[in-house]
Design a protein. Structure first.
Length: 724
C-alpha cells in the first residue's frame, strides 16, 4: 500500500520542480540575451588605428563600453553558482503565490517569477508569525541540489485561513537545517532567517548598527546577510564606496568567505585584523603574541608611547649639538634647543612633513643668531650657504632620516629605547615584555595596529625627484593627463599624503576582541562610514570589556545608533550550553545567555587522562568522534599540547578534523568538539574563563573535554557535571 506521506511529498515535489525548471529556463534565456548584448557591444566600433578618432566614433566607443559593462555584470550574476536559486514560497490568504530566491528573475513580459530575498516583497518570508501572519497562510522552504528539488519543509502560519486542499509537509525548515552536518565552510542562512535576525539585517544603513547575542545566535551570518542587503538596497552608495568586512583571523575569514558570493555579492572586501593595514604597509600578519604582550600592545597607552618613539631621534645628537662655519663664523645650536624645535615641529605635523619645517626653523635660528657684519646679502643667500655645508646635511640625515613604520617599531626591541619612551607609561615587567616580543623576525597581529599608527605619525616619505623625461628642445610641451589619472580611486589623506583605502560601510565581527589600538586602525578606513558592529562581551579575550565599550562609544560619538539582541542559540544543544552557561556565569555574571532551542540527548563527556597518555587518549577520542558524526570535529588545545597533537592529528582527514587555537576558534563551529586541558586554556588566555566559554560552545552535537590527571578546576560544582 502506498505511503500517504510519501505520495503527498512526491506530488508537491513535482509541482515545485515544474516551477523551478521554468525559472532555470528563463535564467538561461536571460544569460543568452546578455551574451548577445556583450557580443554586439564588442562589434559596435573597432578602430583600425589608421585614421583619427572622430567625435561620433568616440560616442560609439562610450556606448560600446557601457553596454559591455552592463552585460558583464548581468552575466556574472546569472552565471554564478547559486546553491538553491529558488528556496522559498509564500501562499497568501488571497491565494497569491510568491517565490523567493537568491536573485530576482522575471518572465519575458516582466512578471516576477522569483523575488530577490532582499526585496521588500520578500519580508513576509522571514517575518510572518502566527501572531502576525502578514496575510501569509503557508511558508514553504525548498531544499534544492543545484536545479533539483530534493526536500520540502512547510510552516503553517495561519491555520484558520488555510483551505482544505493546502498540503503541509515536514517538521519545520529551521530544525532541518540545524540538523545538517557541518562542513569546512560557513553556509548562508538565507532560507531560515528568523524574524529577530531579519529585523537586524534590514535596519537602516545610517550610523551604527550593533548586533549582540550569545554563542550560536547567528551574529556572524546575520552581519554578512546585512552586508548583502545593504548592497542590494543601496547599490550605488555601497558598491561605489566599498564595503569592508573585518574578522578576528585569517582562519575565520576563510570559513566565511563563501557566504556573500552564495548570496550573489562578490564586491565586498574581506580582511582579518592582521590584514586591515596591508593597503598602507604592503604586508599582513597572522602570528599571535603572548596574552600579556597582546594586551599591552592593544592598550591606548601605546598611542603616547609611539608618539614618543617618533619624537625620539634614531641616532642621539652629539653633545655639541649643531656646529658649522659660515663665512668664517662658527654658528651653533645646543642640543636642548634642537630637541625643543623637534617637539614643536612634530606637534601638528607628520614626521616626514616636519623635516622641511625644522630645516627652515634651524636656518632661521642660525640667521638670527649670526653676527650683524656677516658678509651675506640676505636670508636666502644665507640659507643656500647653510644647506650646502656637510655639518648641516649630516645633522639632518642622522637626526631626521626617512623612516618606515617597520624599522621604527623594531626600535622597541632595544630595552633602553623602551625604557626611554615608556617612562611613566610602563612598569618594569611591561617594558621587558614589550622589548622581548620583538625577538621574532615577523610582526604579530597586534603589531599591525601599531604599524598603522606609526604610518599615520610618520606620513608619506619624501618622494625621490622624478627624472627629466623631456628631450632637449621640447621643454614647452605640457604633461599628458589621462582619464585613468582623473578617475584614480586612491584617496589621499589631507594631513600626510599617504594613500590608503576607505569604505562606505564597515562590518566588524567578533568586535568584543578588537583592541583600542585596532579600533583606531579601523577608524582610519571609515572616517565617513556607516558601521555594523557584531559581538558578545561574554566571549571577549580582551581583559577589560568596559574599556571596549568606552572605545565603541567614542567611535560612535553622536551618530545614530540602533541595537539588536539575538536571543536564541541555534547552534549549541541545550545539554552543551547548560554546561557552558554555568562556566561563564561564575566568572562573568552579567553574561547575556541566549536560549538553546535544541536537545540531542547527548550530555557533555568530561574525561580525565593521565598526562603521560594525554595525546594518545585525545586522539583515540577524536577517532571515535570521526566515526560517530558525519561532519567535522574540532580539536581545541592550549599551546602546551598543540605541537604534539599536530604531529599525530596530521594523519587524519584535514577536511573533517581541525586542530584549533582557543583564540582563533572564535566564530567557528563543528559537529563535535574536543577541548583539551581547559584549565590551561584559562591560564594562557587574557580572556580567561571567557575564552573557555567560547571553546565549549563550538559544537553542534557533541562536546568532550579532557583534563590531565584529575578533574579540572574549571568544572562547575554541580555533582551531575563532575568527573566522568
Amino acid at each position: 500500500m502506498p505511503n500517504p506521506a510519501e505520495s503527498a511529498f512526491e506530488r508537491e515535489r513535482a509541482i515545485e520542480q515544474t516551477n523551478v525548471d521554468a525559472v532555470y529556463a528563463q535564467l538561461e534565456h536571460a544569460a543568452a540575451a546578455a551574451r548577445e548584448i556583450a557580443a554586439e557591444s564588442a562589434a559596435r566600433y573597432t578602430s583600425d588605428r589608421e585614421s583619427w578618432l572622430r567625435e561620433e566614433h568616440g560616442t560609439a566607443l562610450f556606448e560600446r563600453d557601457a553596454f559591455a559593462f552592463q552585460a558583464a555584470r548581468r552575466l556574472a550574476t546569472l552565471d554564478a553558482e547559486h546553491e538553491g536559486l529558488v528556496f522559498g514560497r509564500l501562499d497568501f490568504q488571497d491565494h497569491e503565490t510568491r517565490y523567493v530566491g537568491r536573485i530576482g528573475v522575471r518572465s519575458d513580459d516582466y512578471e516576477p517569477m522569483v523575488i530577490d530575498w532582499r526585496a521588500r516583497a520578500a519580508e513576509p518570508f522571514y517575518r510572518a508569525t502566527a501572531s502576525q501572519p502578514m496575510s501569509v497562510v503557508r511558508r514553504r522552504v525548498l531544499q534544492c541540489r543545484h536545479d533539483l528539488v530534493v526536500g520540502i519543509e512547510d510552516d503553517l502560519i495561519d491555520a484558520a485561513a488555510a483551505w482544505p486542499e493546502l498540503t503541509v509537509l515536514g517538521e519545520g525548515a529551521l530544525m532541518a537545517a540545524l540538523s545538517r552536518a557541518r562542513g569546512p565552510k560557513m553556509r548562508d542562512i538565507v532560507t531560515t532567517i528568523q524574524a529577530e535576525q531579519d529585523e537586524a539585517i534590514r535596519a537602516p544603513w545610517q550610523g551604527f548598527t550593533v548586533i549582540a547575542g550569545g554563542p550560536g545566535t547567528g551574529k556572524t551570518v546575520v552581519g554578512l546577510h546585512r552586508a548583502a542587503y545593504l548592497l542590494y538596497s543601496h547599490r550605488s552608495r555601497f558598491e561605489n564606496g566599498g564595503v569592508l568586512v573585518v574578522g578576528p583571523s585569517s582562519v575565520f575569514m576563510a570559513y566565511i568567505e563563501r557566504v556573500l558570493p552564495s548570496l550573489g555579492e562578490d564586491s565586498v572586501t574581506l580582511r582579518s585584523l592582521g590584514q586591515v593595514a596591508s593597503d598602507v604597509l604592503g604586508y599582513a600578519a597572522g602570528r599571535l603574541d603572548s596574552a600579556e604582550a597582546a594586551v599591552l600592545k592593544g592598550s591606548p597607552r601605546m598611542v603616547r608611547l609611539l608618539r614618543r618613539l617618533v619624537e625620539s631621534p634614531v641616532r642621539p645628537l652629539a653633545p655639541t649639538g649643531l656646529r658649522l662655519t659660515v663665512k668664517g663664523e662658527i654658528l651653533s645650536i645646543d642640543p636642548d634647543r634642537l630637541a625643543g624645535l623637534r617637539r614643536q615641529a612634530l606637534g601638528s605635523r607628520t614626521y616626514h612633513q616636519a623635516r622641511a619645517v625644522v630645516e627652515r626653523q634651524l636656518i632661521d635660528h642660525l640667521w638670527r643668531s649670526s653676527p650683524a657684519d656677516l658678509a651675506v646679502a640676505d636670508a636666502d643667500q644665507f640659507a643656500d650657504l647653510v644647506q650646502g655645508t656637510p655639518a648641516f646635511d649630516d645633522l639632518m640625515d642622522d637626526w631626521w632620516p626617512a623612516l618606515t613604520p617597520a624599522e621604527t617599531l623594531r626600535r622597541l626591541s632595544d630595552r633602553a629605547v623602551v625604557d626611554q619612551v615608556g617612562r611613566g607609561q610602563l612598569t618594569e615587567r611591561e617594558a621587558a615584555v614589550l622589548a622581548g616580543s620583538y625577538a621574532d623576525d615577523d610582526f604579530s597581529v597586534a603589531d599591525i595596529a601599531l604599524l598603522d599608527e606609526l604610518a599615520a605619525l610618520l606620513g608619506a616619505p619624501p618622494k625621490a625627484p622624478e627624472p627629466d623625461l623631456f628631450l632637449d628642445g621640447l621643454a614647452d610641451l605640457g604633461e599628458v593627463v589621462t582619464t585613468a589619472d582623473r578617475l584614480d580611486s586612491s584617496r589621499e589623506l589631507e594631513d600626510d599624503g599617504s594613500v590608503h583605502s576607505t569604505y562606505a560601510h564597515i562590518l566588524v565581527d567578533e568586535a568584543q576582541d578588537v583592541t583600542p589600538m585596532q579600533w583606531r586602525m579601523l577608524r582610519r578606513r571609515g572616517p565617513q562610514s556607516s558601521w555594523t558592529i557584531v559581538g558578545d562581551p561574554a566571549q571577549s579575550s580582551w581583559p577589560d570589556p568596559a574599556e571596549t565599550a568606552r572605545t565603541l562609544a567614542d567611535l560612535a560619538g553622536s551618530a545614530p545608533q540602533r541595537h539588536f539582541r539575538l536571543s536564541t542559540n541555534y547552534r549549541s544543544p541545550a545539554e552543551v550550553f547548560d554546561l557552558a552557561a554555568q562556566v561563564i556565569t561564575l566568572a562573568y555574571p552579567e553574561a547575556d545567555l541566549p536560549q538553546a532551542v535544541r536537545r540531542t540527548g547527548i550530555e557533555p563527556r568530561l574525561l580525565v587522562a593521565q598526562t603521560a597518555d594525554m595525546v594518545e587518549s585525545v586522539l583515540a577520542t577524536v577517532d571515535a568522534l570521526l566515526e560517530e558524526v558525519a561532519g567535522t570535529v574540532g580539536l581545541i588545545a592550549p599551546e602546551r599540547w598543540r605541537d604534539a597533537l599536530a604531529q599525530a592529528a596530521g594523519r587524519r582527514d584535514p577536511q573533517r578534523l581541525a586542530l584549533a587555537d582557543p583564540i582563533l576558534v572564535k566564530g567557528l563551529e563543528y559537529d563535535a568538539v574536543v577541548v583539551v586541558d581547559p584549565d590551561a586554556i584559562v591560564a594562557e588566555s587574557s580572556g580567561g574563563p571567557r575564552t573557555l566559554y567560547v571553546c565549549l560552545t563550538r559544537p553542534t552535537r557533541i562536546l568532550v573535554t579532557v583534563d590531565p590527571d584529575r578533574p579540572g578546576a574549571w568544572r562547575p560544582a554541580d555533582p551531575d557535571l563532575s568527573a566522568t
